[in-house]
Design a protein around this ligand. Structure first.
Ligand code: SF4
Ligand code: SF4
Length: 94
């Protein structure tokens, strides 16, 4: 089955926890040599600004797939866990 990103978001809803479940040390990202999170995150939560040399991370649309945790070689997270109970993504299986 082929499915694109827009279709994934059509099948999801979020109850965003204002207390982020992932916290990034963006200073570490400045020294990263591949920034695999930017291409690896299916929800595009990571964006690297080449001009300012800054990483921005937004947890709101996180699909809780774990990709960023797996691909980061620099252990850049000061917190990486799943959202608290009742928060985060819900998948509609239709
Ligand atoms: S892969 Fe890790 S260190 Fe590199 S930019 Fe992403 S989160 Fe930062
Ligand atoms: S867990 Fe998945 S969706 Fe969430 S920020 Fe990491 S790569 Fe993106």
């Amino acid at each position: 089955m082929n499915i694109n990103l827009d279709e994934i978001f059509d099948m999801t809803s979020f109850n965003v926890d204002r207390e982020p479940h992932i916290i990034l040390d963006s200073d570490i990202c400045q020294k990263c040599d591949n920034r695999a999170c930017v291409v690896g995150c299916p929800a595009r939560c990571y964006s690297w600004d080449e001009e300012t040399q800054k990483m921005t991370f937004v947890h709101d649309g996180c699909l809780e797939c774990g990709t960023c945790y797996v691909v980061c070689r620099k252990d850049a997270f000061t917190r990486w866990r799943y959202p608290r109970g009742g928060f985060g993504v819900s998948y509609r299986m239709t």
